[in-house]
Write a protein that binds this ligand. Structure first.
Ligand SMILES: Nc1ncnc2c1ncn2[C@@H]1O[C@H](COP(=O)(O)OP(=O)(O)OP(=O)(O)O)[C@@H](O)[C@H]1O
Ligand SMILES: Nc1nc2c(ncn2[C@@H]2O[C@H](COP(=O)(O)O)[C@@H](O)[C@H]2O)c(=O)[nH]1
Length: 399
């Protein structure tokens, strides 16, 4: 069993300048060696606790750098422990409930490597540990006017606790009844392009003459609320999501005929004649691509609305009693200040030292990291957490 987690790992630090690495000068920090680099995580007090800043020391050049940090960082806490697991550093927050204590700083995941190429800087990405597989996000795609929005509204009305809508950004003007922040984040092109350069988007596409995109934050907001994320995006966006690490289920909604699509688009009355023509021109290629590319897990024809809705529920594995409102979430178990971390056989053992709280002192928590999956945007799935009472040798699942 390891000792109480040190304020920072000594490993490799003798060779580097100890700038800001002691608790007197910079607050609580950990240093994790990854090849030639040392990732220093943690920093100064901000009144609420210790902030999670990240700096990198490159042993080969002897230089410090401030990486581009993607994703939402953990809220401040009273300290943390760090442990390298392959391509990401496990950050275990102290004095935090078990549902919020397990975070990862991705340092060499495929997502981080891609972003390094795009941004041309050092990149790290925060992702929160998520129990099990979580529910895969759902991408719903199809030509304009086919009925995606109508089907999604029905789903959200029937299952309000299960699904959450990923609110996209767009540069198009709002329609009469559309509300900013609910239907879309309506934005200027220059602002959106800046955000894209800063790596804030999971995917973006030029659609019918406007820029649309799914921000990482939009997906995270839904996942954080414990709901299954629904993305209403075009076929280009669906391709980008497929190439990302989101691991979504994808559904293509097809019209029964081109004539019917045209009728619906005109009847909706939200576009000018010129815009309708443009959307219809794009529809031909979208339908062709959606049906033939193997891009989608399911193709549903939206002829009769009710029939299509039932088919959608079927592919989503829904039945009448499947709303998530009855499901339990992790509650009450807290990672104490005094703990140590060790790794054995893809299991991270969290052991409380004897001066931890009495009720917890017999407990050994086990984070099973053998099935970690995915990463961006903001989630590392596949975690399992359970506790073993070291006196009775009984175990209980906590997540
Ligand atoms: N099965 C259906 N039969 C007849 N009308 C339908 C059906 N499904 C949807 N509609 C109607 O078609 C119009 C377009 O639907 P909707 O706005 O949901 O399309 P969309 O795919 O979300 O379009 P966009 O991509 O442009 O946002 C709406 O007026 C809607 O009421
Ligand atoms: N690639 C993306 N496509 C998106 C996104 N949000 C919406 N869309 C698609 O755009 C068209 C037009 O939408 P409308 O609201 O102007 O009618 C439609 O096919 C949507 O699915 C996005 O974030 N990314």
């Amino acid at each position: 069993m390891g000792e109480e987690a040190p304020e920072f790992s000594q490993d490799g630090l003798d060779e580097v300048s100890p700038i800001g690495l002691d608790s007197k000068s910079g607050g609580y920090q950990t240093a994790t060696v990854v090849g030639e680099k040392i990732f220093v995580v943690g920093g100064s007090e901000d009144g609420e606790g210790l902030c999670f800043s990240v700096r990198i020391f490159d042993k080969s050049t002897g230089k410090w750098s401030d990486p581009t940090v993607l994703g939402t960082k953990p809220a401040p806490c009273k300290g943390h422990s760090a442990l390298l697991l392959k391509d990401r550093i496990l950050i275990l927050k102290r004095d935090s409930l078990l549902d919020d204590c397990t975070w990862f700083l991705e340092v060499d995941t495929p997502f981080v490597r891609d972003q390094k190429k795009i941004l041309g800087t050092e990149v790290v990405a925060w992702s929160k540990g998520v129990k099990g597989d979580g529910l895969k996000p759902v991408v719903i795609s199809g030509p304009s006017g086919v009925g995606k929005g109508t089907l999604i509204s029905k789903l959200m009305n029937e299952f309000p606790n299960t699904f959450g809508f990923s609110v996209s950004h767009t540069t198009r003007a709002p329609r009469e009844k559309e509300k900013d922040g609910i239907h879309y984040h309506f934005t200027d092109r220059s602002i959106m392009e800046k955000d894209i350069r800063e790596g804030k988007f999971l995917e973006t596409a030029q659609v019918h003459g406007n820029l649309y995109g799914t921000s990482i934050e939009a997906v995270e907001a839904v996942t954080d609320s414990g709901k299954r994320c629904i993305l209403d995006i075009d076929v280009q966006g669906a391709k980008s999501v497929k190439a990302s690490s989101l691991e979504a289920m994808s559904i293509f909604i097809s019209p029964p005929s081109y004539e019917e699509l045209e009728k619906r688009l005109r009847a909706r009355g939200t576009e000018t004649e010129e815009q309708v023509q443009r959307r219809l021109r794009n529809a031909t290629a979208e339908i062709e691509e959606g049906k033939s590319s193997g891009l989608f897990d399911h193709i549903l024809i939206n002829d009769d609305l009710e029939t299509c809705y039932q088919n959608l529920k079927n592919v989503l594995g829904l039945n009448e009693s499947s709303d998530l409102s009855n499901q339990t979430s992790t509650k009450g178990v807290e990672i104490q200040t005094c703990h140590s971390l060790t790794e054995e056989d893809q299991k991270v053992l969290i052991h409380y030292s004897s001066d931890g709280l009495e009720k917890a002192s017999n407990n050994l928590f086990v984070l099973d990291v053998s099935s970690l999956k995915g990463g961006a945007p903001g989630r590392t799935r596949g975690l399992n957490v359970y506790a073993i009472d070291t006196f009775s040798n009984k175990s209980g699942i906590y997540l």
